[in-house]
Design a binder for this molecule. Structure first.
Ligand SMILES: Nc1ncnc2c1ncn2[C@@H]1O[C@H](COP(=O)(O)OP(=O)(O)OP(=O)(O)O)[C@@H](O)[C@H]1O
Ligand SMILES: [Mg+2]
Length: 452
């Protein structure tokens, strides 16, 4: 099957620039159309669809940012790349940051443009596929789930495909990344959604009780067991059981769980009759389960059963688009809840967000913002209400050990760390580092750092 070319709209008032870009992109397999003004761009856009727009910031009859807003009113998923002179970059970054847009300095480095365009068109494919999947599946994406980053959009994509099946799913990720939220989404998108969703925290229930909790018991199974009691698996019949903290599942019970997953049956505690409730199993853990399998604390055969479909949620510090969006939404919600007139964060506060590690992920973010909203006396949350990593805090720097590494080694390490923070987004990284993008690029070459 021949794949369709991605369509790019180029808007620049300089004919030579338009020709250069269009010529290059056509050679690279894109389909292009050019416009020289806001009015011309809108006219073309109303007649045919595009995947991405490459926009000059300054146009004879308006600016690129305004133009993008108008184009997005027609197609909300349109990707965009702004061409800017260096001086206007910070203005541009401040001006919008709605997700799928990038900034490129003039003069445009063509290879860079190609990389960005491929990234944005891939992004758009996933977004459009998600719309289609969500429309055809029974799933309604609840408004409270935020998926701005590409990583999170990919997860929504998998969820939409997997939810309607009975497939066993294992969800992994650090604490507070949203594992339970994704599990609930899988349940609500399935035809079991009208039946119970039963979460069980395997780490919180004592080993001796877990077996009867899950599998139920017969009279006389143990002292005090007077009548038959169904376990969670039976209670969830027709629905979904969410085995949370599966990494803590007791070794002694792992065989019984495996058997249930393999042939769908088990005996209640003290029972002789096989029961076979119809449940779907979703499990989750924040532990490194592969490592546990290697060290022999988790059964390998059980792991393979649970790991049929794997959804891994990246830590929040690697999803800056989600981080900023969630921060904004939590801010609005808590300002309303606590009746405070707070409209945003100061720039310093926002910078702290991006530097902080958020080991407690979304849950920590939520708590930090609620606390900041309660304590803030200003319309804009000040930086001192946002936490810093220990190694960043001024107080702890004073007694630091003497570092005898070469300056270049320290610089290389710092650049790598910032790039990681920014998901390899060089424009963002250069901004945080306080250097020109080209300087950053030269340093990457010098230190042999490869980015995508
Ligand atoms: N993408 C998201 N959009 C909106 N809210 C989110 C998102 N991810 C997580 N949350 C919120 O963050 C909190 C923590 O999420 P959840 O309980 O699902 O995390 P978890 O991974 O199960 O954590 P733990 O490992 O500690 O059990 C919840 O209040 C959840 O609603
Ligand atoms: Mg959880």
């Amino acid at each position: 099957m021949k794949t369709q070319k991605s369509k790019i709209l180029i808007v620049d008032d300089e004919p030579s620039q338009r020709e250069l870009l269009a010529g290059f992109l056509n050679k690279k397999g894109f389909a292009t159309k050019c416009a020289g003004s806001v009015a011309e761009a809108i006219e073309i856009f109303e007649n045919e669809g595009f995947d991405t727009a490459v926009l000059d910031l300054k146009l004879p009859d308006g600016d690129g940012i305004e133009l993008l807003k108008k184009l997005r009113a027609i197609d909300p998923d349109l990707g965009a790349i702004f061409l800017t002179a260096y001086a206007s970059i910070s203005f541009a970054v401040e001006g919008i940051r709605a997700g799928a847009e990038e900034f490129l300095e003039k003069p445009v480095e063509l290879s860079q443009l190609e990389i960005l365009l491929r990234k944005l068109t891939d992004h758009r494919k996933i977004v459009i596929e998600n719309h289609a999947l969500l429309e055809t599946s029974a799933m309604n994406l609840p408004s409270e789930i935020i998926a701005e980053s590409l990583q999170m959009k990919e997860i929504i994509n998998i969820v939409a495909r997997v939810a309607p099946t009975d497939a066993i799913v294992l969800i992994t990720g650090e604490s507070g990344t949203g594992k339970e939220l994704v599990a609930r989404l899988l349940h609500s998108g399935s035809n079991r959604s009208q039946k119970p969703f039963v979460p069980i925290n395997c780490a919180a229930i004592p080993e001796t009780l877990l077996e009867s909790e899950l599998f139920g018991y017969e009279p006389g199974a143990f002292t005090g067991a007077r009548k038959r009691q169904s376990g969670k698996f039976e209670m969830a019949s027709g629905g979904t059981v969410f085995l949370d903290e599966i990494g803590d599942f007791p070794a002694l019970l792992q065989a019984k769980l495996l058997r249930f997953l393999e042939d769908g049956t088990f005996y209640r505690l003290g029972g002789t009759e096989l029961v076979s409730p119809d449940v779907r199993i979703i499990s989750a853990t924040n532990r490194n389960i592969e490592k546990m399998v290697k060290s022999g604390t988790f059964r390998e055969d059980l792991y393979y059963r649970l790991n049929l479909i794997r959804i891994h949620i990246a830590p929040l510090r690697e999803r800056s688009a989600d981080l900023l969006k969630l921060a904004k939404i939590f801010l609005n919600n808590f300002a309303k809840k606590h009746n405070k007139n707070i409209v945003g964060f100061t720039e310093d506060a926002r910078n702290r967000f991006l530097r902080y590690d958020w080991f407690g992920n979304v849950r920590e973010l939520k708590n930090v913002i609620e606390r900041a909203v309660i304590l803030s006396r200003n319309e804009y949350i000040p930086a001192n209400l946002i936490p810093v990593n220990d190694e960043d805090s001024q107080e702890t720097i004073t007694v630091r050990k003497l570092d005898l590494r070469k300056l270049a080694d320290i610089e290389r390490e710092h650049i790598l760390a910032i790039l990681r923070y920014c998901n390899d987004n060089q424009t963002e990284a250069a901004k945080i580092l306080g250097i020109h993008r080209n300087t950053l690029r030269n340093k990457l070459k010098e230190y042999g750092i490869e980015t995508e």
